[in-house]
Design a protein around this ligand. Structure first.
Ligand code: FAD
Length: 288
């Protein structure tokens, strides 16, 4: 793999929008505490199902206007119309947002019609057509292959197509196997895909939640890791699990940075400690 490194390698953070006012107040404290990491940007997820979409805008507005950080809203296109996407782009433009994470999302169960955008590539193309270079566009990447891709080659083919519509950077689904990322980067290079691909990092704090979530999104938890975590969980040793998870993910991050990853994107799950305890132990590379 050729180094994708920029110096020093930036960190970015991801939050989901809280559902309640109390949750929103708590999130303000979390953002404040994780702000110590000086993130390049803070992204906010968007529920393709629709329930928390207004909360995403509210959270983005808070970050962009009330904190020193740059907000990057996620925007899923499944089930959206051109008109609704344009409205959101207008809102974000007015708020001074400069970066958008452009995604397809997943159809909520029971909903069959994808609407006017079928794939994230349609959204990337639309945003470029409508707003030119106004926004930096992030897209999703899958080192372990997206669950709906026919095979690895098809996954890379459609990823290239999406990037060619005008993406600037990609963030990966989380993974716990460094090789999957390195092979993915090699395959992208061979396919002529030339953009920074930032590993998405999921701290480990809860066994059941991790297994459930990973099976939903197609991220692999290697058998040996699953067994270790299960043992901690079975004997009720949450402290041990958290300490092991922190050390394991810290090593993963350091290996990725040392291998030339251009940054790290933390799925914070709206918690301070897991991300902070990993990130503050990392050696971020600076120019020699
Ligand atoms: P796409 O790039 O459109 O790919 C989806 C699938 O379609 C892939 O299997 C791809 O190979 C295939 N494909 C693409 N184009 C074609 C084509 N023309 N013909 C045939 N097949 C094609 N979900 C949310 O609901 N809200 C969020 O905020 C959110 N944030 C995310 C952030 C990150 C960093 C990541 C990695 C995922 C996020 N997701 C989010 C989940 C994401 O929406 C799902 O993984 C979704 O299933 C795919 O979205 P995508 O943008 O990768 O889709």
């Amino acid at each position: 793999m050729q180094s994708q490194q920029k110096y020093p390698q930036p960190l970015s953070l991801e939050f989901f929008p809280p559902r309640t006012d109390a949750g929103f107040e708590k999130l303000k404290g979390t953002i404040d505490a994780l702000g110590a990491l000086k993130p390049q940007y803070i992204s906010v997820t968007y529920g393709a199902g629709g329930t928390t979409q207004a909360r995403t805008v509210e959270t983005v507005e808070y970050i962009q206007t009330q904190t020193p950080h740059d907000a990057a809203p996620h925007l899923t296109c499944i089930g959206q119309t051109r008109e609704s996407v344009l409205q959101l782009l207008h809102t974000y433009d007015q708020l001074g947002v400069n970066r958008i994470v452009a995604l397809r999302g997943d159809l909520p169960s029971g909903m069959l019609d994808p609407g006017e955008f079928k794939y994230a590539s349609d959204l990337v193309r639309f945003i470029r057509e409508e707003t030119g270079d106004r926004f930096t566009l992030e897209v999703a990447a899958y080192p372990e292959t997206h669950p709906q891709a026919k095979n690895c080659d098809e996954g890379i083919k459609w990823f290239k197509y999406k990037v060619d519509q005008g993406a600037d950077e990609a963030i990966t689904q989380y993974f716990y196997n460094v090789d999957s990322y390195l092979y993915f980067i090699d395959s992208c290079e061979q396919a002529g895909i030339d953009l920074p691909i930032v590993p998405g990092i999921m701290p480990i704090t809860n066994y059941d939640q991790l297994i459930r979530f990973s099976s939903m999104c197609g991220a692999e938890v290697p058998r040996w890791l699953r067994c270790r975590l299960e043992s901690f969980s079975d004997r009720g040793d949450m402290e041990g699990l958290i300490a092991f998870g922190r050390d394991f993910v810290t090593t993963l991050c350091q290996r990725l940075l040392d291998a030339g990853a251009p940054g790290l994107h933390f799925y914070t799950m709206n918690q301070v400690e897991p991300t902070l305890s990993i990130a503050r132990n990392l050696t971020i590379h600076h120019p020699a």
